[in-house]
Write a protein that binds this ligand. Structure first.
Ligand code: ZN
Ligand code: ZN
Length: 242
C-alpha cells in the first residue's frame, strides 16, 4: 500500500478541478477552499498533511465528534505519519479513548486538556517497550487513559486499582494473541478491553464497531488468519474467549 500519490485515507487518485470548492479537513476540521480532493470527498489540509504523528493525533482527537474509539484509531492509523509500528501508538490509544469518552459524555470542554496530558505521559513509553520491558505500550495507554479519567495518583485507592487493573487485563489479552508485536492488533485489543472495562465498571457504554484490519499488507510479520482482526479470520474474539 503506497499512498504517496493518492488520498491518505483511501489511496484513490486525487482529482483536481478548475475551480476551488469548500472542503473540510478530515483531521483538523477546518474549512478550506481548494481545487483538490479524492473521489470519496476526503480532503487533508497542508498543515495536517505534514504534521508530526503526535500533532496529528492531538489535533484530530480534539476536533472529532466520533464516539467509537476504534473508528478514531483506524482513521488516524491511515495517515502516513502513523507508521505501521511505532511509539506513536502509545499516545494514539489513550487519545482515541479520551476523545470518544468525553464526546460520549458530552463533556468536550475537558477533552483537549486531558488529551494533552496523555500526550506528555505517553512520551515516557518509548518504542520497543513490549520487547525491552515486557509491557506493550498500547496496554500502558489504557492505564494512562484510566488514570486520567479517574484522577488516579500513586496514593489513590479505587482509582489506583482501576487503572492498574485495566493495564493488566489489556496486557494479558495482548500477550495471549502472541508475538511478534503488531502495533495495530495490540492497539485494537487495548481499545476493546478499555471499552469492556468502562461498560462493566463505570456504566459508560461506548460504541465499538468490529474492526477488519486494512494494514496487513504493510506488516511483514502479520499473522494473517491467526489474527482476530484479519479480514475473514475465523479466529474471532468471541471464539477465543469461549
Ligand atoms: Zn479518499
Ligand atoms: Zn487539517
Amino acid at each position: 500500500m503506497n499512498f504517496d500519490e493518492g488520498c491518505i485515507l483511501c489511496g484513490k487518485e486525487l482529482i483536481y478541478s478548475q475551480e476551488d470548492k469548500p472542503h473540510t479537513c478530515e483531521f483538523c476540521g477546518k474549512e478550506f477552499s481548494v481545487n483538490v480532493s479524492c473521489p470519496e470527498g476526503h480532503f487533508i489540509c497542508n498543515h495536517c498533511h505534514s504534521a508530526s504523528g503526535a500533532d496529528l493525533i492531538e489535533g484530530f482527537c480534539n476536533h472529532t465528534e466520533l464516539t467509537d474509539p476504534g473508528q478514531i484509531a483506524v482513521l488516524l492509523m491511515k495517515h502516513q505519519q502513523i507508521k505501521m509500528h511505532g511509539p506513536e501508538h502509545h499516545f494514539l490509544v489513550p487519545a482515541s479513548l479520551l476523545a470518544a469518552y468525553y464526546n460520549h459524555l458530552d463533556k468536550q470542554d475537558y477533552k483537549s486538556i486531558k488529551i494533552h496530558i496523555a500526550r506528555k505521559r505517553a512520551e515516557y513509553v518509548l518504542g520497543g517497550f513490549c520487547g525491552s520491558h515486557g509491557n506493550c505500550g498500547a496496554a500502558v495507554g489504557t492505564g494512562i487513559f484510566m488514570s486520567i479519567i479517574t484522577g488516579n495518583t500513586p496514593l489513590a485507592e479505587k482509582e489506583w486499582q482501576m487503572s492498574n487493573t485495566l493495564t493488566g487485563t489489556s496486557l494479558l489479552r495482548i500477550a495471549k494473541a502472541g508475538g511478534p508485536r503488531c502495533c495495530k492488533r495490540d492497539s485494537f485489543i487495548a481499545i476493546a478491553e478499555a471499552v469492556n472495562y468502562l461498560s462493566e465498571h463505570l456504566n459508560v457504554n461506548l460504541p465499538l464497531e468490529p474492526i477488519a484490519c486494512s494494514f496487513s499488507s504493510r506488516n511483514k510479520q502479520c499473522k494473517l488468519g491467526d489474527c482476530e482482526y484479519f479480514p475473514g479470520s475465523n479466529n474471532s474474539k468471541l471464539e477465543k474467549e469461549s
